[in-house]
Design a protein around this ligand. Structure first.
Ligand code: DAT
Ligand code: MG
Length: 139
């Protein structure tokens, strides 16, 4: 176990539905420290770079249309075992399969509009945090 940083996004559907506060509250209750937070509107170019591993997949056009349709909240979360714990708090990718009480179960609509993003490994966490946050805007 070690103190880790991970990257999260409150996705456009959760922002539109007025669930920023509920999701931040769950993050605070789970004991994460917020090291970075800001709103942004992703462009197609930013989205392609961020989801480089998915760009050539069949669902990518739908993913890009969704992620660029409205504002998002970008997060850098820190804590013990943060990468795995943030994935557990979010729940499974498909909200229909996510455990009761998880963020995707509570606030996701379907596989695409699933409310939150979380890094899946130490390598992706490091890449994703630095993709959106410079050393100067993390506290
Ligand atoms: P996760 O976000 O749980 O890491 P992922 O990296 O496999 O999941 O996919 C990234 C996002 O792409 C996911 O949050 C929702 C969307 N997505 C994945 N598979 C999909 C599919 N089969 N149909 C529609 N959207 C999909
Ligand atoms: Mg992923």
């Amino acid at each position: 176990m070690s103190i880790e940083q991970t990257f999260g996004i409150i996705k456009p559907n959760a922002v539109q539905d007025g669930n920023i506060g509920n999701i931040l509250s769950a993050i605070e209750k789970a004991g994460f420290t917020l090291r970075g937070m800001r709103m942004a509107r992703l462009t197609p170019e930013l989205c392609r770079g961020f989801y480089a591993e998915h760009v050539h997949k069949g669902f990518y056009p739908e993913l890009e249309a969704f992620m660029t349709e409205g504002p998002v909240v970008l997060l850098c979360l820190e804590g013990e075992n943060a990468i795995l714990r943030w994935r557990e708090l979010m729940g499974a990718t498909d909200p229909a399969k996510a455990a009761e009480g998880t963020l995707r179960k509570l606030y996701g609509q379907n596989m695409g509009r699933n409310a939150t993003h979380g890094s899946d490994s130490p390598d992706s966490a490091a890449r994703e945090v630095s993709y959106f946050f410079s050393a100067f805007d993390r506290i």
